[in-house]
Design a protein around this ligand. Sequence first.
Ligand code: CA
Ligand code: CA
Length: 326
Amino acid sequence: MVKKRDMLISTLAMLLIFTASCTDLPAPKPTDTIPAVTVPAATEPSATEPTKAPPVLEPLEGPGENTYDEITTEGSVTTISRYFDLDCDGSGEKIIIIARDIRPDAESSEIVIYSEFELEVNGFRAGMKSDGMDIDLFEPRFNITDIDDSDHYREIAVSWYGEDVYSGTVFYRYDGKSLTELGKVGGFFGKWFIGGAVDDGAVKVDGKGTVRTISLSSVLMPWFFDDEYRVESGKLVRIEKDLYPLEHNVTVLKDLTLRKSRTDSSDGITLKAGESAVITGSDNREWFSVRSSSGETGWFAVDDYHMIRGTGLPAEDFFDGLINAG
Ligand SMILES: [Ca+2]
Ligand SMILES: [Ca+2]
């Protein structure tokens, strides 16, 4: 009892010394000051605990809904920036994209077409240029996404509008040490703004490591197929499928004897001139399956994209209704 009492007295004495030095403050009652002294001491240990916890991931916005800190346009140059913690180390990276119209006729053009972009993250740079073929113009409103929520990286996606109807997306990753391109896929990520219309792009990220999109094949003719990619050793790698479904109606122009299967080179059914048929699938490399008007199936292969193997003739000589690549 004596010791406790002595401690209380010494505490009160210290409080009196403390309050005496703060002459402007009213002397607090002991009952008020005791919690004030003990509460901070009690909270200090718990305040240090969050530093040992996993990093808090910055909330992501939906595809095409990303906001930015600053957007400036000067002439044919647009600069968009945003702070975001891409490597989840607790501090935001400054992400800057500079999109420029560097076409020779840009000065006289009434519209700005971003023919190149430069991406900068914490001083590291990457970028792309229009190739005058597949890539027409870039959309500088980049997206931040998370391909795989089991790693501590978020990815930047930049998309472009294609020359005809098709588009593409490039993914970048900043890991704290470098900015690397993971790869390119067909299709647009996020909202695309063209001709006054806004649409959802074909590229979907599931957060489980898979990027899904709709890709354009040029084997036999231009046709679209469901496509998937995964990140392997820091690169987006296509997940090859054995066969991609297709449902394309054609009319046979010239008799064509098909193969029984991809592995059996013996003669199968013969498609007759004038009959209708359906191309039902392809390996996206050389083989196509065809369903005849009577419901039977056979196969043909192409070389050099459109020459039907074993005939020396292009596919256009056998089928009417193929999509024109032109
Ligand atoms: Ca960071
Ligand atoms: Ca991730």
